[in-house]
Design a protein around this ligand. Structure first.
Ligand SMILES: CCCCCCCCCC(=O)SCCNC(=O)CCNC(=O)[C@H](O)C(C)(C)COP(=O)(O)OP(=O)(O)OC[C@H]1O[C@@H](n2cnc3c(N)ncnc32)[C@H](O)[C@@H]1OP(=O)(O)O
Length: 254
């Protein structure tokens, strides 16, 4: 029988793979069901004891360069478009919120130590200082099955002198492609990631990470990715990846 903590986790990961805050709100309503969630507090209480909403780390902050802000404003404008009558309506793009943690147990300790449960953070959001590491925001166009990430690489991501570490680039590619795959296919894990580094990325610069669906074959979602300058004239990196749909119990041995 599936353990309550695992059932709760499945709902949480499903909600997070939906790029819609409504997914989280829907999740919160499920907490009223006593059976599956008795070991887990409502998400809002678990993550943010002093606030009803989790913090979105992909909003503009003082570390953003004018270029980062310009591209962000460009895509934000595409999230809401004005009709001829002057009305605002939802546009083709949507900004994904970005949180720094997915779960904190109230009780538990079945799978992870309490210390790890409470201190676990999403890798790309684990450095608190604004602008020091991964500064990014992802926009998804679900109709066109593609996304664009605006990424400003901070000074702690240095690899070759003055340039971004290949592992940091791979991390962002996996994050962006994984985010799109989850939006399109639900809970997934990266099975295969192939990267070609074409030209170095200067530390502190802003680049675009474009990802698009290639095709789906049963449980397998294949995506492509390109990292370019913001004017898209320079290619920095190319990648292809395979994401395999999972039953979230796979992660917890259920
Ligand atoms: C918004 C931001 C959100 C943040 C997103 C962050 C995204 C980050 C995503 C990650 O980094 S996940 C962490 C890194 N990945 C892993 O740790 C995965 C480890 N591997 C596994 O857990 C399993 O191998 C895996 C779930 C990928 C597959 O195991 P399964 O037992 O579910 O599937 P199976 O082995 O039966 O394979 C299913 C199909 O996929 C194929 N396949 C599996 N692994 C493959 C592989 N490596 N290469 C090519 N094909 C592969 C396999 O051949 C088969 O094809 P067919 O259906 O056609 O027969």
């Amino acid at each position: 029988m599936m353990r309550p903590v695992a059932k709760g986790l499945i709902s949480i990961i499903r909600a997070f793979s939906n790029p819609n805050v409504a997914g989280i709100l829907r999740l919160q309503t499920q907490w009223n069901s006593p059976s599956a969630f008795q070991n887990i507090r409502p998400l809002s209480m678990s993550l943010w004891p002093f606030s009803a909403q989790p913090r979105d780390f992909s909003l503009p902050n003082a570390s953003w360069s004018p270029e980062m802000r310009r591209v962000y404003d460009h895509y934000i404008a595409l999230c809401e478009v004005e009709t001829i009558g002057g009305e605002k309506k939802t546009g083709p793009w949507r900004k994904l919120p970005s949180y720094n943690r997915t779960l904190k147990y109230a009780k538990g300790g079945t799978y992870l130590s309490k210390m790890i449960q409470s201190k676990a953070r999403l890798f790309t959001r684990s450095i608190k200082e604004h602008g020091a590491a991964f500064e990014y925001v992802i926009f998804v166009n679900k109709q066109e099955k593609r996304c664009v990430c605006v990424f400003q690489a901070g000074r702690l991501l240095e690899g070759p002198p003055g340039h971004v570490h290949g592992g940091a680039i791979a991390t962002m590619i996996d994050t962006v492609m994984g985010g799109l795959a989850a939006c399109l296919s639900g809970p997934i894990m990266t099975a295969n990631l192939n990267i070609s580094y074409r030209s170095p990325i200067t530390l502190g610069s802003v680049v675009l990470i474009h990802s698009a669906l290639d095709h789906v074959e049963g449980r397998k979602t294949f995506l492509t990715c390109r990292v370019t300058s913001t004017d898209e004239t320079k290619l920095h990196t190319e990648a292809t990846a395979l994401f395999v749909s999972i039953n979230v119990g796979h992660l917890f041995g259920t």
